[in-house]
Design a binder for this molecule. Structure first.
Ligand SMILES: [Zn+2]
Length: 494
């Protein structure tokens, strides 16, 4: 996610710069990249049938999940996040107090998810909900290696909310809107939604999603459209995605769509505004080419850049990024480029190389911010890189750090006071850290290390040690001392 505060930087920036059987030929029919085809084999699969009721702002869903216990041990329960329930009450809605009126311009509107029926291997079962209704637990002795089928029926209430989940004047944003299996790391990772950062941690899975929505709506979704048919005043569209970390979609009657093919990838820019759509498309193209070259090839066939009623700058999902429509004006041109490049970089650091975004958020966020600087370096040269680095990283950190006492980068999102502190420490100071490491080992080796990290951990879950190992491997020197000093907060930037 890119912070809202970034929008304020645009003026400064402008001034300074003027100077299931997932194999080819299977039912999906998708022409998969060999790495996706390989990664998709045997993954958990989500089959979702969702009907959007725009009169009542509800999403009525049936979902079947084919899941395997890959933890290597026998489990006694299966746990699912029900993220929409984070939006159920005004007291717990996941926004900083200072952002509340921007999240709910028409006043608080409750959202949520009501699960009405659960079947386990075809038989109805009872289930437990946590007190905040964000966690659904099935008690089940699940032997290692064993597969289960879990089916759920549920209704999602879509709130009038300009966060990543909800609806605005022109868009429905259905992100984190289905029950998703918790990640497992020595236990189920059941952290709930929170107001800081992106509180999600999921493993890659296969998706087969059919969306039934009024014909007038144009939909941007994770995955590829494989079939579309009319059903009265509705349209049923089937999307498939293999080896992706999440599934999100945005729908609007007002979208106009620009597309461009870059190698095997179709980049699509969905816009609501008269300007900015072409620029977003061009930035995404430049970012895709740049990160392909620097880190390794983007393996999916599609990348959607989606303008939305979203107030927090940008938000990343696999094969789809969501951008604040306010960025699509002439005066915000550089911010649009900056945020787009940042969110596209997340396709490498979050979507492909996954991490625990709740407990180790710096791993994707700081690296993504530094990758954004590398985008400017590659596309505009060293002077632009220095300009952006000074303004977006150094100055941002210095301005915000006056009010910050805890300098530690490596801490869970729940330990940050608010998104301002999070942004200054994780994005800016984190990017500073990567700038220092790159200088110490040399840019070429640094990029070689990131390429190794990407190739080794794509489609998987990375931890701090994986990144440091990859960089140490090419640097031929120990780097844990440098990383520890920065991550633990011992380094204070003057
Ligand atoms: Zn981000």
């Amino acid at each position: 996610m890119k912070k809202a505060a970034l929008l304020l930087l645009s003026a400064i920036l402008i001034l300074s710069l003027i100077s299931c059987a997932p194999q080819k030929g299977d039912e999906s029919g998708l022409d998969l990249h060999p790495s996706v085809e390989k990664a998709a084999w045997g993954l958990n699969t989500y089959y979702i049938d969702a009907k959007l009721d725009t009169t009542n702002n509800k999403l009525i869903c049936r979902q079947r999940m084919e899941l395997a216990n890959r933890t290597g041990i026998k489990l006694q329960a299966i746990c699912f996040h029900l993220y929409p329930n984070a939006f159920a009450s005004q007291d717990n809605a996941p926004f900083d107090a200072c952002d509340f009126s921007r999240a709910y311009p028409n006043g608080f509107d409750p959202g949520g998810m009501d699960v009405t029926r659960v079947l386990l291997n075809g038989a109805p079962v009872s289930f437990d909900l946590s007190s905040n209704r964000q966690l659904l637990t099935l008690k089940h002795t699940w032997k290692k290696g064993k597969k289960v089928t879990v089916e759920m029926e549920y209704t999602v209430t879509i709130p009038n909310c300009l966060g990543r989940f909800g609806r605005g004047v022109d868009t429905y944003k259905l992100s984190n809107a289905y029950p998703v299996l918790c990640a497992y790391k020595g236990g189920w990772i059941t952290d709930g939604y929170c107001k800081v950062g992106d509180p999600f941690f999921t493993e890659v899975s296969n998706y087969d999603v059919t969306i039934t929505a009024p014909k007038s709506l144009i939909i941007a979704a994770t995955g590829e459209e494989v079939k579309s048919e009319s059903d009265g005043s509705f349209k049923r569209t089937r999307y498939m995605a293999r080896a992706v970390r999440d599934f999100a979609w945005v729908a609007s009657e007002k979208f106009s769509v620009l597309e461009k093919k870059v190698g095997r990838v179709t980049i699509a820019s969905y816009t609501l505004e008269p300007t900015g759509g072409q620029e977003a498309l061009e930035t995404a193209e430049k970012a895709l080419k740049c990160f392909n070259k620097l880190f390794g090839e983007y393996p999916y066939n599609r990348l959607n850049i989606v303008c939305a009623d979203y107030f927090v700058g940008g938000m990343e999902y696999p094969m789809l990024i969501m951008l604040d429509r306010k960025l699509y004006t002439q005066s915000m041109k550089i911010s649009l480029e900056y945020v787009t490049a940042h969110e596209v970089a997340h396709q490498w650091w979050y979507a492909l190389v996954g991490n625990d975004q709740v407990n180790e958020p710096w791993l994707d966020e700081a690296l993504t911010e530094y990758s954004t600087m590398l985008y400017f370096d590659t596309n505009y040269g060293e002077n632009a890189y220095k300009n952006f680095f000074n303004i977006c990283v150094v100055d941002r950190y210095k301005i915000a750090s006056h009010d910050i006492e805890n300098e530690k980068i490596d801490r869970p999102i729940t330990e940050f006071a608010d998104n301002n502190e999070y942004s200054a420490i994780v994005y800016s100071k984190g990017a500073l850290m990567f700038g220092v490491v790159s200088e110490i080992i040399g840019k070429e080796r640094f990029l070689q290390g990131l390429n190794r990290y990407y190739e080794k951990k794509k489609f998987g879950i990375a931890e701090k040690r994986d990144l440091i190992n990859a960089l140490e491997g090419v640097a031929g020197m120990r780097l844990d001392g440098i990383f520890d000093a920065w991550l633990s907060g011992k380094v204070v930037v003057e």
